[in-house]
Write a protein that binds this ligand. Structure first.
Ligand SMILES: Nc1ncnc2c1ncn2[C@@H]1O[C@H](COP(=O)(O)OP(=O)(O)OP(=O)(O)O)[C@@H](O)[C@H]1O
Ligand SMILES: [Mg+2]
Length: 410
């Protein structure tokens, strides 16, 4: 029976809005109890400075939004996991090495309907000393048109390690393929069969065992891409379960506590096309209506991991998934088994119980907080960072109004 404080570190870059909301709400939380101990939470922004490897990391949990591009922090986090018992979202080794390509390969191996995907060597190279002998001996001239023909048009050319729509081209024929390849420079590219026509485009955000599926409109302006449709307006129960199982399987497999999975439905089949997003969009300027859900997901999973001292899985445990993949079962059945295994890895039952008994205030606190001037100011600050001056006020109003709609819908 002790009174304890758990330290949560926020490792941030340009994020503005969600951390402010996170800090405001956690400050309003009463302590929780776990195994007889009374636990409160202290939140702090992680700073960037020199450190000795021997210097212990003080945090129990770090929520990290920098690993994918800021190496000093990534290495500090790895040291913290290896030396100081740190729990971090997400697994930094996984974020560093599991690109889109790996995610396609692994999920294809599990039987997921990933559209046919090819990898092609790049058009151009950085001039490294070994480049010439390597290419001269081993690079085979290849017929790009033949690859395009095998896949069939339309197809998408996109980087093997993509993000933010960079280098993505929809290609309708051979001439367009040649042109896009000639312009692709040093980027290492996938060619992927287009899932067209699709009748649903859904992004499912997974956060620990929590999920939310959002109908996505890729052609809308950025602030309207996440539509405000309710899940039951565009997903039946069975579709919803497929997306949940798919997302949780991916996240548990790769050690991603938070990630988002884009899937397109064609002829009743959900094709995942982009699911290596382990630092998923968390901005109020794109999520608006869905933003409070995400802030709550951050809060609940962080407090659960910190209070229960959830152990960090340092390495990957993939055998159980492959054991299911080898079974003589239709994919539908395998997916249910993957989903059940993922929920066990993500301690879904323990988390639900913890939410019910210890975090029941979060929903009410969040509903209240998102109506306050502090919440509106957090929205304004993010909007001001991204929008031209004359658009800040109208867009702040728009995003805040959508958040009020979320409150009304609770
Ligand atoms: N196989 C496909 N079939 C149909 N549409 C696709 C396919 N691949 C990509 N797209 C379209 O191209 C967009 C960008 O591709 P993708 O999501 O793979 O790249 P990204 O750089 O990760 O984008 P973002 O970071 O915006 O999610 C998708 O949102 C989708 O609209
Ligand atoms: Mg995408």
């Amino acid at each position: 029976m002790a009174t304890l404080t758990r330290n949560i570190g926020l490792s941030l870059g340009a994020d503005i809005c969600w951390p402010l909301c996170f800090e405001h709400i956690i400050k309003r939380m009463k302590p929780v109890t776990y195994q007889g101990d009374t636990i409160s939470f202290a939140v702090e922004r992680v700073t960037i400075e020199p450190y000795a490897l021997a210097q212990p990391v003080k945090y129990d949990v770090v929520i990290d939004r920098l690993t994918h591009w800021y190496d000093t922090t990534r290495e500090w986090i790895k040291k913290g996991v290896l030396m100081d018992g740190l729990y971090v979202f997400n697994n930094p080794w996984s974020v560093q090495s599991m690109e889109k390509h790996t995610s396609y390969a692994a999920m294809t191996a599990l039987g997921m309907p990933i559209p046919e995907t090819w990898m092609v060597p790049p058009k151009a190279y950085e001039a490294l000393p070994d480049l010439k002998p390597t290419l001269k001996q081993y690079a085979r001239l290849f017929d790009l048109a033949a690859v395009g023909k095998k896949i069939g048009y339309p197809l998408f050319m996109k980087p093997y390690d993509g993000g933010g729509w960079k280098g993505v081209t929809r290609i309708k024929d051979e001439a367009a393929l040649k042109k896009a390849y000639d312009e692709s420079g040093t980027m290492v590219m996938h060619l992927q069969k287009a899932v067209e026509p699709f009748d649903r485009f859904v992004r499912t955000i997974g956060f620990g065992p929590q999920t939310r599926s959002v109908l996505y409109d890729p052609d809308a302006p950025l602030h309207d891409r996440y539509t405000m449709k309710k899940e039951d307006e565009f997903l039946g129960a069975e579709d919803r379960q497929v997306l949940v199982d798919t997302t949780l399987t991916i996240n548990a497999f790769f050690g991603w506590d938070f990630n988002s999975c884009e899937a397109l439905r064609k002829d009743g089949v959900w094709y995942p096309i982009d699911f290596a997003n382990p630092c998923p969009d968390s901005q109020v300027t794109s999520l608006h209506y869905h933003f409070p859900w995400l802030v709550k997901a951050y809060l609940k999973w962080a407090m659960f991991c910190a209070a229960t001292k959830r152990p960090m899985r340092k390495a990957f445990e993939w055998d159980p998934y492959y054991a299911i993949a080898r079974r003589d079962l239709p994919y539908k059945e395998k997916l249910k088994l993957y989903g059940a295994h993922a929920r066990a890895v993500l301690e879904a039952d323990k988390f639900d119980e913890f939410c019910k008994t210890q975090l029941k205030d979060v929903d009410a606190l969040a509903a209240e907080f998102f109506g306050t001037p502090e919440a509106k100011e957090s929205v304004r600050l993010k909007t001001a960072a991204l929008f031209p001056a004359h658009e800040v006020a109208p867009f702040t109003e728009l995003f805040f109004k959508r958040i009020q709609q979320w409150r009304a819908d609770q």
